[in-house]
Design a protein around this ligand. Structure first.
Ligand SMILES: Nc1nc2c(ncn2[C@@H]2O[C@H](COP(=O)(O)OP(=O)(O)OP(=O)(O)O)[C@@H](O)[C@H]2O)c(=O)[nH]1
Ligand SMILES: [Mg+2]
Length: 511
C-alpha cells in the first residue's frame, strides 16, 4: 500500500551509549590488582543521506520511528564496549528537514549530502579511566548517555514527476496500480481516491514518480467535489496526463467534453496561482499526454476510434490504453519517461539554502545558573550541556559516583556560580531542562575535595552526614573546604603535570 506523501514526521533517536564497567583486576596472590573496568561504546548516530535511487519519502511514512544501535557495555579486563552502528537513512535529493517548530534545519541538496539527525549518546567511562592517585580504585563507573531524540519533519518539494487528472472513475488509480508497485484503492464508485496516490514507474533504467489526484468534476476550481485542495500537487509536477474514460456509462459524457471540462477547471485554477508559482512552466503550457482508457472494452475501442482524430489537432501524444489488460502501458511509460527527462534537464540548478544552526543558550563557561520559582520557593537551575550530561552519566544509587559528580561540578565552577547567584546550604538546585531536571538539596559540603574520600568503595562520606551544622561549624567547614579545594587544585595540577591524572572532563574531548 502506498500513499502519497510529501511530508512526513520522523522520530529519530541516536543509540544510547553503553555503561562503563566498574571492575577490579584479580591476580594470583593479589586479589585487588587495580581497576580494569573498560568504557562503554558510543551509540550510533542517525544520519540522513541524499541517495540518487530514493525518490520518495514513502518508506518513512510507513516506518516513522528510526533508532540507531546502542553502544556495547564496557566489561572487566579492559574490554571496551563496541561502538553502536550508525543508521544511515536514504532521502531523496531536495528533501528539506525542519524541526518541530517549522525551522528549516537543512535543505538536502546533492547526492551524498549528509545530516546528523540524532547523535548517539556517549559511552560511560569505566572505573579504569576514572582512576587517579586520590581515587585509585573507583567503586563506580559512568553511565552511558541516552542518544539524542527528536521529531523532524521531512518535506519533499518535487512532488511527483507526472500527475494524472480526470473525472472520477476514469481509471487514474488503476493506471498507477498497473504501472507501478503502488496499490491504491480502486472501485467503481466516484471519489474512491480521497488523497493522492504516488507510484514509482521504471522505464528501463529511468525512474519517475506518478501521482493521481482525486477525481475532478465541473466546478472543482470553486471547491466542488474534493475541490482545489489537491490541485497544488498537480501544480508542481512536470507532466500532466489527462485520463479519459472511453467507456463512460453516462449518456451526457464523452471523452472530448470531459477533456474540455477538466481543462477549464485547470485554467481557472492556474489563474488563481500567485507569482511564485509562475516561475515554473505555466500549468496550461506544461507537457501533456492524453490517454484514452478502458479500450479493452468494445465500447471503449469504438469511442477511442471516434475521438482520436479530433484529439490529433492538439499536437500532444494520444494513446489508447487499458489499465486492466495493460494495453499501451509500456509505450505510455516510455513517452512519459522522455517528457520527464526533458523537463528535469531544463530545470535551473537549485541554489543551496544556508544551513541554520540552532544557537546554544549557554555562555562561554558552558553553563549558567538561573533562579526560578519551584515548589513555592526559589530554586537555582543549572543549565548547560556539560552539567546536564554529567548528571545523566551518574548512577545515583552509588554514592561514590554522586561524589564524583559533585567534584566535576565544582571543578567547572558550578559551586561558585551558585554562591554568586545567592544559593545557600539547603537551597533547591535543579540540573537539567524542565521537568526532567534532577533536584538536589544543595549542601556545599558535598562539593568538597576528593581527598575527603576515605570510605568504602561505592560510598562517599560526604553524603552520609545527616547532621545539620551550627553557624560556627559552617564557618570552620567553609575554611576547611576552601583549604581543601586549594590543596586539591594544587594536587590536580601536579597530577596533570606528571601525566597520570584521568581528567574528569577528558571524556568530553574524546567525543
Ligand atoms: N474495463 C476496464 N475498467 C477499468 C479500467 N481502468 C479502470 N477501470 C475500472 O474503473 C473503475 C474506477 O477505477 P479507478 O481506478 O478507481 O478510477 P479513478 O479515476 O481512480 O477514480 P476516483 O478515484 O474515484 O477519481 C474501477 O471499477 C476500475 O476497475 C480499464 O482499463 N478497463
Ligand atoms: Mg482513484
Amino acid at each position: 500500500m502506498a500513499t502519497f506523501v510529501d511530508r512526513v514526521v520522523l522520530q529519530v533517536a541516536g543509540g544510547s551509549g553503553g555503561h562503563g564497567a566498574a571492575s577490579i583486576r584479580r591476580e594470583k596472590f593479589k586479589p585487588l590488582a587495580g581497576p580494569d573496568g573498560a568504557n562503554g561504546g558510543r551509540g550510533g548516530d542517525v544520519i540522513l543521506e541524499v541517495n540518487s535511487s530514493t525518490t520518495t519519502l514513502l518508506a518513512y511514512h510507513h516506518r516513522p520511528h528510526q533508532r540507531a544501535t546502542g553502544g556495547g557495555f564496557g566489561k572487566g579486563d579492559m574490554r571496551h564496549g563496541a561502538r553502536g552502528e550508525d543508521l544511515v537513512l536514504p532521502v531523496p535529493d531536495g528533501t528539506v528537514v525542519l524541526d518541530e517548530d517549522g525551522t528549516v534545519l537543512v535543505d538536502m541538496i546533492g547526492i551524498g549530502t549528509r545530516f546528523v539527525a540524532a547523535r548517539g549518546g556517549s559511552g560511560g567511562l569505566g572505573n579504569a579511566a576514572l582512576a587517579s592517585t586520590q581515587r585509585k580504585a573507583p567503586g563506580f563507573a559512568l553511565l552511558g548517555e541516552e542518544g539524542q531524540e527528536r521529531d523532524l519533519v521531512l518535506e519533499l518539494k518535487t512532488v511527483a514527476d507526472v500527475a494524472l487528472v480526470g473525472f472520477p472513475s476514469a481509471g487514474k488509480s488503476s493506471l498507477i496500480a498497473a504501472m507501478s508497485a503502488a496499490r491504491p484503492k480502486i472501485a467503481d464508485y466516484p471519489f474512491t481516491t480521497l488523497v493522492p496516490n504516488l507510484g514509482v514507474v521504471e522505464a528501463d533504467q529511468f525512474r519517475y514518480t506518478v501521482a493521481d489526484v482525486p477525481g475532478l468534476i465541473p466546478g472543482a476550481s470553486q471547491g466542488k467535489g474534493l475541490g482545489l485542495e489537491f490541485l497544488r500537487h498537480i501544480e508542481r509536477c512536470h507532466v500532466l496526463v489527462h485520463v479519459l474514460d472511453a467507456a463512460a456509462l453516462e449518456s451526457d459524457r464523452d471523452p472530448l467534453s470531459d477533456l474540455e471540462t477538466i481543462e477549464n477547471e485547470l485554467a481557472i485554477y492556474a489563474d488563481s496561482l500567485d507569482e511564485e508559482a509562475e516561475t515554473r512552466v505555466p500549468l496550461m503550457e506544461r507537457p501533456t499526454v492524453i490517454v484514452l482508457n478502458k479500450t479493452d472494452l468494445p465500447d471503449g475501442t469504438e469511442m477511442a476510434d471516434m475521438v482520436r482524430e479530433r484529439l490529433a489537432d492538439r499536437d500532444v501524444p494520444v494513446l489508447d490504453v487499458s489499465a486492466i489488460s495493460h494495453k499501451g502501458l509500456r509505450e505510455l511509460s516510455f513517452v512519459l519517461g522522455e517528457l520527464v527527462d526533458q523537463a528535469r534537464a531544463a530545470l535551473p540548478e537549485p541554489e543551496p539554502a544556508p544551513i541554520v544552526l540552532t544557537p546554544k543558550a549557554v555562555d562561554d563557561k558552558g553553563f549558567r545558573v538561573v533562579t526560578e520559582q519551584y515548589d513555592g520557593g526559589t530554586a537555582f537551575r543549572v543549565q548547560g550541556d556539560k552539567p546536564e550530561r554529567w548528571v545523566r552519566q551518574t548512577d545515583f544509587t552509588n554514592d561514590e559516583a554522586v561524589g564524583y559528580l559533585a567534584d566535576r561540578l565544582a571543578k567547572l565552577g558550578v559551586e561558585d556560580q551558585l554562591y554568586k547567584a545567592g544559593a545557600v546550604p539547603g537551597s533547591t538546585v535543579l540540573i537539567g531542562p524542565g521537568d526532567d531536571a534532577v533536584v538536589f538539596d544543595w549542601e556545599p559540603t558535598m562539593v568538597g575535595g576528593a581527598e575527603l574520600l576515605l570510605g568504602r568503595r561505592g560510598t562517599d562520606k560526604r553524603l552520609e552526614d545527616t547532621h545539620r551544622p551550627t553557624r560556627d561549624e559552617k564557618r570552620a567547614d567553609q575554611r576547611a573546604r576552601t583549604e581543601a579545594r586549594m590543596n586539591r587544585i594544587a594536587a590536580m595540577d601536579a597530577e596533570r603535570r606528571s601525566g597520570h591524572w584521568a581528567d574528569p572532563a577528558s571524556d568530553d574531548e574524546a567525543r
